[in-house]
Design a protein around this ligand. Structure first.
Ligand code: TYM
Length: 333
């Protein structure tokens, strides 16, 4: 049976290889299956939980749409829209924030990481961010949510909120409890500078990540400079437990090739890192360069991207506004 897919990406600039391999690549596969109904959201309300420059935000919203399309999502088959265009997201988030418990949110590790040492200075939005994410998903009765591993805890929270709403208001199965779609391998791409840290948009070092807008030379240079250890390439999977950088690079290689980590380890066992890095850079250029070129081309026609968003907002709104009306009735408004 076809799946109802919903997922979101923050328009905070520097979309990178982690976003691509952890999430967007799966969006494309799901979009290509005609049985699925897919909705991909540029989550601009989430973006402002951390201060954004308004002009840059506007550009980043368009760049995220361009990245979706350049990666292979077809806006005729899937709904692509920005979250702030559909009022039901903010309304739904408020109602669900009265269902979610403080204790549940206090457990969220991403808030702790993002807020850092000075929690008092974090925005309230950053704290309640997973509730907005739950509203995003639940408004569309999504059955499956493709994300990278770092979003797993937020999806568990979304399931808890849906179940509590259904129980509290005695509306069995009204909010669809969604299943996460997280790949078994390669669901967490790590920094090129530190195999224990997630590849991230906010890392100050640009060489820690491959941006989806990087050109061929940038990709080759970043892979050349990527951290490794001084041993030859690992001979077996077990060695990877202690060689995080090798594990990450081999993981990226395998994911690009749709191959298993085991096979990639076998292919390069005992060789020099430089030989492997050359092959890895080739694979990356082959995959990322066309996406990067297409993003640049699409960004030349801003009004085309705006039209796609407007069309998406209209379609998303026609689904979400019905659901929020029912939610309001159930709550007693
Ligand atoms: P965001 O914008 O941080 O990331 C977008 C997607 O990319 C994945 N990702 C990674 N995957 C593997 N390795 C990495 N290093 C890596 N970095 C990022 C993320 O897991 C995510 O799938 N809260 C979400 C956006 C969101 C959302 C939603 C997602 C808002 N509403 C509803 C699903 C459903 C976020 O900040 O993703």
């Amino acid at each position: 049976m076809g799946k109802k897919i919903f997922s979101g990406v923050q328009p905070t600039g520097n979309l990178h290889l982690g976003n691509y391999l952890g999430a967007i690549k799966n969006f494309v596969d799901l979009n290509n299956d005609d049985d699925n109904k897919c909705i991909f959201c540029v989550v601009d309300l989430h973006a402002i939980t951390i201060k954004q420059d308004p002009k840059e935000l506007k550009n980043n919203i368009r760049e995220t749409v361009a990245t979706f399309i350049a990666s292979g999502i077809d806006p005729k088959k899937s709904i692509i829209f920005n979250q702030s265009g559909v009022a039901a997201h903010a309304e739904g988030a408020w109602i669900l924030s009265c269902v979610a418990r403080m204790g549940w949110l206090n457990r969220m590790t991403q808030f702790k990481e993002k807020a850092g040492k000075d929690k008092e200075k974090a925005s309230i939005g950053l704290y309640s961010y997973p509730v907005l994410m739950a509203a995003d998903i639940l408004l569309y009765d999504a059955t499956h949510v493709p994300v990278g591993d770092d979003q797993k805890q937020h999806l568990e929270l979304c399931r808890d909120i849906a179940q509590k709403f259904n129980n509290d208001f005695e509306v069995e199965n009204f909010l669809q409890v969604p299943e996460p779609l997280i790949q078994k391998e390669f669901s967490r791409i790590m920094s090129l500078k530190d195999g224990s840290k997630k590849m991230s948009k906010s890392d100050l070092s640009d060489s820690s990540r491959i941006n989806l807008t990087d050109d061929k030379d940038q990709i080759i240079n970043k892979i050349k400079k990527a951290k490794t250890d001084s041993l030859p390439m690992p001979k077996n999977i077990k060695e990877l437990d202690e060689r995080l950088e090798a594990k990450n690079l081999l993981g990226i290689y395998s994911s690009l090739n749709n191959s298993t980590l085991e096979n990639s380890v076998k292919n390069f066992a005992g060789k020099n890192f430089s030989q492997f890095k050359e092959k890895l850079a080739d694979e990356l250029v082959h995959k990322i360069e066309p996406i990067s070129n297409e993003i640049k081309k699409l960004l030349e026609d801003k009004s085309h991207l705006d039209e796609i968003l407007l069309d998406g907002v209209e379609k998303a709104n026609s689904i979400a506004s019905k659901k929020i009306e029912r939610i309001k009735e159930i709550v007693g408004f």
